[in-house]
Design a protein around this ligand. Sequence first.
Ligand code: SF4
Ligand code: NI
Ligand code: NI
Length: 709
Amino acid sequence: MTLFERVFNGNDAVYGLTEQAIDAAIAQHGEEKAVSFPNTAYCLPCYYAVTGVKVTNLKELKEALGVVKTLMTREPRLNDAFMSGVATALCAEFIEALKYIDGATPYEEPLYGHLADAVIRELGVPLVTGDIPGVAVILGSAPTVEEGVALVKSYQAQGILVTLVGGICDQVAEAGMATGANVRVIPLGKDVTAVIHVVSVALRAALIFGNVTPGDAKTLMEYTMQRVPAFVNAFAPLDDVIVACGAGAIALGFPVITNETENIARVPKSLIVQEDVSKFNATSLEARDIKIKITNIDIPVAFASAFEGEIIRRGDMQVEFDGSRVDCAELVHTVDASEIEDHKITVVGPEVDDMELGSKNSIAYVVKVAGKNMQPDFEPVIERKFHNYINCIEGVYHTGQRDMQRIRISKNAFAAGFRLKHIGEVLYASVKNEFEAVVDKCEVIIYTDPAECTRIRHEVAIPTFNKRDDRLNNLTDESVDVYYSCILCQAFSPSHVCVVTPERLGLCGAVSWLDAKATNELDPNGPCQVITKERPIDERIGEYEDVNEAVKRLSQGALEDVSLYSIMEKPMTSCGCFECICGIEPFSNGVCIANREYAGMTPLGMTFPELASMTGGGVQTPGFMGHGKHFIASKKFMKAEGGIERIVWMPKELKEFVADRLNQTAKELYGIDNFTDMIGDETVATDPETLVEFLTEKGHPALGMDPMM
Ligand code: SF4
Ligand code: NI
Ligand code: NI
């Protein structure tokens, strides 16, 4: 049989199954029955992306199947095979969607099935920074459990996001491997149709970040080919259905690497036979042109960004360090080059061997740095990265910062020989690696002696933090001479530009003005460029001629003008990876804000994913604005429309997160005490009527303000 025939056969088989499944569902539930995946604004995302049509019920699903049929032409040409591959993928999506009918939860841990829009938005930043350099789709059963696990781990160690479909899900479970989005290994499902859940991620990325018009299949496929670094590893034996799915993957630009040798035609760069499974990794990276940043650190456990989200439970930990209970600190300290011995690592006090199993201890590490271009302003920028660095160690967990950090070292890591001095190695290597433009020499001192920790914390660290906070508080948009652009997200959102100011951080929440300044210093031709602010046009909305010029140039002409402080007039664009989105609520003259973690309904009648789908892709959408969490308490938060007084609703968790700073700003700006208490949340209202009642009762200031539109 030719490859074409295999694709067509596989496609026909899946089509037949889909037709049966839809007919059976209609017989059972009736045509009007709703179909959708949970936590997405895109209904059946793949079908919507390819055709521009939203399927909402079984009747429409049946009609959609008719459209799919038109893709299934049968000439033995490449394009026919690709379209049949796409048709197979869409059928798979239909079959998977039927599993979710009636709010069913067809996937149980550790399987994921459908992935929420929020997961894709979260992937935005790590994908653009190259922190996640690629996405692997592993399909079928490896020849042995060991080979399967070794392959998965090889990708994990490179930070690649791994999705699993079919027998490999059981194989990693059998090996006892920890899986989950937090360690970047996501078992999707055991049926081959579950592969659609990763395709769905790629296609939604095009809609969310790329501003691709749903239905523009050509642009869609160009987007996935150029911007989504995914590839497929399919284990032999391949049946025709898998071959048909593979044709779909190739149509999207994702190469397929397989160890099948029988009955398979090789297609250069697209369908690659690699008989040796241990070489799948290298072959795949080469085929997709993925480069891995290597940080060689001499420690006895793995070090990779995939371990960043790893959690160490109490029962699995050897020891713990806890800044909320005992004196701890983490600090970057700039000193003169003569005071440093490069790469010297010292532990002052007991090592882990001398600590009792399961005990809580003090730790304070001081990373001394020196360099001609080093500035004290970069200290907190470097320090904040410690969280990522330490978390990347397999078997070590870090939360918090400054003098409130908490670290756990697992029994496994300890047994493998991991000791505190290795934290020093990690900090040294990572700082030197990432900040080489400003750090010439670096030395690490780790204190565990409790008296020394107390001294470092109270006499060195806290005074430094206080000084820095004063500096930050005095850092306003007016007090600086320049702002910075960030165009990191252009990898996925080609026309998006963030303008980062002291009082308005990037919408991802990860880039403050100081971060942008440091990034610019580290790489003057990199993503953060200086933007002057010498020619104001309108102070009220924060519009400048120089900012407009910069934005126009950096967006390649896509954006003409942008304001810094307005949500209605020339608002800043969004890429898609914003932490929060705010949208106007007409009944109260206010705005509602939802954060990415919030899964419920808002008084705007939309969930976070639905609200989020209103903006993105680098386009201006008055009335909706993506932003970082910390922007909420800023004096510049939609200042043009009256500022934070307009905030009428936020999820409870977000409210608690911003309360202190928001209350302080409200007090300073309007003399209101405990402003956060006047703001509704999901425990008060998720509809506008109840919300307005609540706001009236509280005397919320927005009610008396001018309507925004
Ligand atoms: Fe993307 Fe803006 Fe964050 Fe830069 S600041 S990473 S462009 S969201
Ligand atoms: Ni103390
Ligand atoms: Ni982004």
